[in-house]
Design a protein around this ligand. Structure first.
Ligand code: ARG
Length: 460
């Protein structure tokens, strides 16, 4: 049997393997809502322009509503012989309303149809991810407000560097996610043009109104070149790229949660809700959700590279290669969403351990910079000299087996005799963070102000 949707010049049907490699219905059926919305807008436009009758358009609209209801109710039989979602919907429409269904595809091709469906889908995805990211920002900013003054060690090279606050650390991720959201918004702006009406590749001889379908489908305007339109998948690539970067951010937070929840660090405790036990070691509580979020960039970056590789070197316009755009993208978007949800859950769930974090913040001579700064400020030493003196003091503290605040004044004065007992004030972690008042710095006042600003912005 030849394909009833396009088999006019064919004598026989496809080889079984041909059918298997060619069909996309297995994965593009998830575009049914977008496909039907696009067809409704197209039919209404055709009627308005007098290309089909108003009666046919009404039949088409009713029939499409029924198809959508059948799919939503799980009563629709998808056929692989009908290749994809476009032909499956149209074929069922024909069964339901007869010949009028055959007029729907006037001035349209599956090439502009799939470009439209996927654009609408990616646009919905962007809106959904943006909402989720906003919720995650809200969760982080809420933790930041609660812990504006909770001292923890700040790290470079994963070595204790200087004391910071837990709130400041949470807000660092709020900033990253703000950039992620702005990248998605930027991609959305560029993708929000109507591809419908580009037809197969060259446009159409029918007097269509692409501005009308653009308005009906929420696009800002129609695309301007029919060849570009049918050949373009930039909108998917840009969204995947924004997702890849975002998933990398979440992966870093996930890694920190993994580290923080170890028995060596004990900075945070995750509850039963976001951990699993071990089947052999009864004492274990494993941060599996964090580990999986840490791993997700594997497939999300993979999807980006996969589609870039498919698209590179493709001649204009549509080639069937481009059908390979969907599965990795769907998988990436699903997992992006899941990763954001899991991260939001963990951020809300984790209980910071203030004592442990403070203890760690005070270790590793973390206030050495404060000591050097004191030498510069009080004794007017050049910073490089102060750095050297402080280095010697750290070495002495190490020899004494104590931290800087416990190093006796006499020992300090053996290195630099002008040091007074005043110096001890800057050696506590609380004073250290309180002194970091520069714009964007970690002082609790600054963090509290920033957390409030974000909360107002996110809730407003
Ligand atoms: N299933 C196809 C895809 O996903 C739809 C476009 C088919 N166009 C064509 N000329 N065969 O890309």
């Amino acid at each position: 049997m030849t394909n009833k949707m396009w088999g006019g010049r064919f004598q026989s049907g496809p080889d079984a393997i041909m059918e298997e490699i060619n069909a996309s219905i297995g994965f593009d059926k998830r575009l049914f809502r977008q496909d039907i919305a696009g067809s409704k807008a197209h039919a209404a436009m055709l009627a308005k322009q007098g290309i089909i009758s108003k009666a046919d358009a009404a039949e088409i609209r009713k029939g499409l509503d029924q198809v959508q209801a059948e799919i939503e109710a799980g009563k629709f039989t998808f056929s692989r012989a009908l290749e994809d979602i476009h032909l499956n919907v149209e074929s069922r429409l024909k069964e339901l309303i007869g010949p009028a269904a055959g007029r729907l595809h006037t001035a349209r091709s599956r090439n502009d149809q799939v470009a439209l469906d996927f654009r609408l889908y990616v646009r919905d995805t962007v809106d959904h991810l943006d909402q989720q990211l906003k919720e995650l920002q809200l969760a982080l900013a809420t933790r930041a407000e609660q812990h504006a003054a909770t001292v923890m060690p700040g790290f470079t090279h994963l070595q204790v560097a200087q004391p910071v606050t837990f709130g400041h650390h949470m807000l660092a991720y709020v900033e990253m996610l703000a950039r992620d959201r702005s990248r998605l918004a930027d991609a959305r702006k560029r993708m929000n043009e109507n591809p419908l009406g580009a037809a197969a590749l060259a446009g159409t001889s029918f007097p269509i109104d692409r501005h009308m379908t653009a308005a009906a489908l929420g696009f800002d305007r129609p695309t301007r070149n029919s060849l570009d339109t049918t050949a373009d998948r930039d909108f998917v690539l840009e969204t995947l790229s924004a997702c890849a970067i975002c998933s990398m951010h979440l992966s870093r937070l996930a890694e920190e949660i993994v580290i923080w929840s170890t028995s060596q660090f004990r900075f945070v405790k995750l509850s039963d809700k976001f951990t699993t036990g071990s089947s052999i070691m009864p004492q274990k509580r494993n941060p599996d959700a964090a580990e999986l979020v840490r791993a997700k960039p594997g497939r999300i970056i993979g999807a980006l590279l996969s589609l870039l590789t498919v698209m590179k070197g493709l001649p204009l316009t549509y080639s069937k290669d481009m059908q390979e755009d969907k599965e990795p993208a769907f998988d990436a978007f699903d997992n992006m969403s899941l990763a954001i949800a899991a991260t939001t859950g963990m951020v809300k769930d984790m209980v910071p351990n203030k004592d442990e974090m403070r203890r760690a913040a005070a270790s590793g001579f973390s206030t050495a910079t404060d000591l050097a700064d004191w030498l510069v400020r009080t004794l007017k030493m050049p910073f490089r000299d102060a750095h050297h003196v402080t280095g010697s003091l750290v070495a002495l503290a190490e020899q004494h087996g104590c931290d800087l605040p416990e190093l006796p004044l006499a020992v300090m004065q053996s290195v630099e005799k002008r040091i007074t007992k005043d110096v001890y004030k800057v050696l506590t972690v609380e004073n250290s963070v309180a002194s970091r008042t520069s714009f964007g710095g970690t002082s609790p006042r600054n963090v509290a102000r920033e957390a409030k600003r974000w909360l107002k912005l996110l809730k407003g």
